[in-house]
Design a protein around this ligand. Structure first.
Ligand code: XMP
Length: 525
């Protein structure tokens, strides 16, 4: 096991994923963990993640007491990345200074300065890396060597080979770091000598075993199905273990796409044979959203309403069966980008949006969370769902992600105004069908339409119109954490624009969103 201690970087789970991609089982736990917990994992290698804090702030996360004695006695190599490197430097008596005006953010060139273990003894070799730091190491602890520096002279890679301690100021885990994976592999295989024997099948076996161990022989589990690949794969997996002790609920919150409820219910029942109850909550949800314009208020209201429905379903279940059920979880980008809920262990991330599936969970939630896919990325979930043991239909596996708050984050402002939701449904259906007609669906991570709360002047049939504007968005991405807009051919844009304006009366203008993430997010709200 390679243990990744999480100090709250946006990229922490990417580290865990990169380790797995290289065939090594990785486990991610919060950075303020106790030494006992670390010992219980018996790691063969430890990576300390980056994080938004400076080691100088009052409550900056620290390594547990006795950490260095433990790794020395057990011969465990440690790699600190960004904040993790600064933590190593500061904890061992070196000096870290805050860079007041001259931070290094984005793509940077670095150069190795001497033979090293991290770079397979290459000297004077340049590479581009992704850097994002406000602090830097200005004096190294005893026994450490600087083995690479940036163009500005910042020490960006350090090692103490005798103590098996290594540090990188940049992020080797992100795509933009040219030889980052090679450096991670040096740490895993040449330095730590961990075996590369992990594959996706292991997740299936391990998660099934965990469910067997957690859920007692008479316990029942309830699971909210969203119609997306994540909850579907999770439910299918749990269903394999628990059979009819799993009870799924699918909530029509009034914010779904065109014919979504009937389509997904058909797949659940007739293809996956999952036990699902559908609850129509449209009226209550739209009444609750009436007048709400602020994106976070909308997200919170939807999350809270979802929990209400779910809780009622659970209460009724308890009344009917006399048993208190348990609950299923979610995927990592949701956990990282949301306000950290109790029990997830995510303490140091900065909130970007409250993704409702986790951000809205109340403190007194009475369920135990079972989260079989908690640390997996979308493409890993897809690989899992494709395994013959789960056999989720390919059309379901390749579906684009759809956010929990649904079309509410795609009708900007008050979703209940006029017929915005219906217009958006029609536009979205035309857009997705056109993408399919052009054979592009599987090249795109996610495509959707957005209803804008503005009107524009147009001319249709010689008549002046003053009608709605819709924006189209399509992005490519590996994991939803970063994304690029999709470069459609003009022929496609021409066709889809004309199909929408001809097919949906109240729309007279179509625009295409050409913003990457960052600086935009994928959804508009
Ligand atoms: P953003 O807009 O944050 O979206 O760049 C990243 C990915 O997450 C999806 N998303 C959500 N998924 N609940 C979800 O299950 C949510 O509240 C939520 N908000 C955004 C989004 O569609 C994209 O795939």
């Amino acid at each position: 096991i390679c243990l990744v201690l999480d100090y709250g970087s946006q990229y922490t789970q990417l580290i865990a994923r990169r380790v797995r991609e290289n065939g090594v089982y990785s486990m991610l736990i919060p950075g303020d963990v106790t030494l006992e917990r670390i010992k219980s994992v018996q790691p063969k290698a430890i990576i300390l993640s980056g994080g938004p804090n400076s080691v100088h702030v009052a409550d900056a996360p620290q390594l547990p007491a006795g950490f260095f004695d433990y790794i020395k006695e057990n011969n465990i190599p440690v790699l600190g990345i960004c904040y993790g490197m600064q933590l190593l430097v500061q904890s061992l008596g070196g000096e870290v200074q805050t860079v007041e005006t001259d931070g290094e953010y984005g793509r940077m060139s670095i150069r190795t300065t001497q033979a090293s273990e991290l770079y397979s003894d290459e000297t004077d070799h340049a590479q581009m890396v992704w850097m994002s730091h406000g602090d830097k190491a200005t004096r190294l602890p005893d026994g450490f060597q600087a083995v690479a520096t940036s163009e500005k002279g910042t020490v960006v890679a350090i090692e103490n080979t005798a103590a098996q301690l290594y540090g990188l100021q940049y992020h080797p885990e992100v795509q933009h770091s040219e030889r980052g994976i090679a450096t991670l592999r040096r740490f895993l295989f040449d330095i730590s000598k961990v075996p590369a024997d992990w594959k996706i099948e292991n997740v299936l076996e391990e998660e099934m075993a965990k469910i067997r161990a957690t859920v007692g022989p008479t316990d029942h589990v309830i699971c909210a199905l969203s119609g997306g690949v994540d909850s579907t794969v999770a439910a299918t997996l749990v269903h394999q273990v628990l059979g009819d002790r799993l009870h799924c609920v699918f909530v029509d919150n009034g914010l779904l796409r065109y014919k979504e409820a009937e389509r997904v219910m058909d797949t659940f029942k007739n293809h996956l044979h999952l036990p699902v109850t559908m609850i129509d909550h449209t009226e209550v949800m739209l009444a609750r959203l009436k007048g709400l314009k602020d994106p976070e208020e909308k997200r919170k209201a939807i999350g809270a309403e979802f929990i209400n429905v779910f809780q009622t379903f659970a209460d009724n279940f308890e009344k009917d069966h006399g048993i208190c059920p348990k609950y299923l979880g979610t995927l990592y980008p949701d956990v990282i980008e949301s306000c950290p809920p109790p029990g997830t262990g995510q303490k140091h991330s900065h909130m970007i949006k409250s993704h409702h599936n986790v951000g809205g969970l109340p403190k007194d939630l009475k369920f135990t969370l079972i989260e079989p896919l908690r640390e997996l990325f979308k493409d890993e979930v897809r690989a899992l769902g494709r395994l013959p043991a789960l056999n989720v239909p390919e059309a379901f596996i390749t579906r684009h992600p759809f956010p929990g708050p649904g079309l509410a984050v795609r009708v900007l402002g008050d979703v209940t105004e006029g017929d915005a939701l219906d217009v958006l449904r029609q536009v979205d259906e035309i857009y997705i069908n056109t993408i399919r007609d052009f054979g592009l669906y599987d090249n795109i991570w996610q495509a959707f339409a957005v209803f804008l709360p503005v009107r524009s002047v147009g001319v249709q049939g010689d008549q002046r119109t003053h009608s709605s504007v819709v924006a189209l968005r399509a992005v490519t991405s590996g994991d939803g954490m970063t994304a690029d807009w999709y470069p459609f051919e003009p022929k496609f844009l021409q066709t889809v624009s004309s199909r929408i304006c001809n097919g949906v009366r109240s729309v007279n203008r179509v625009v295409y969103d050409i913003t990457s993430k960052p600086p935009g997010t994928i959804e508009w709200e």
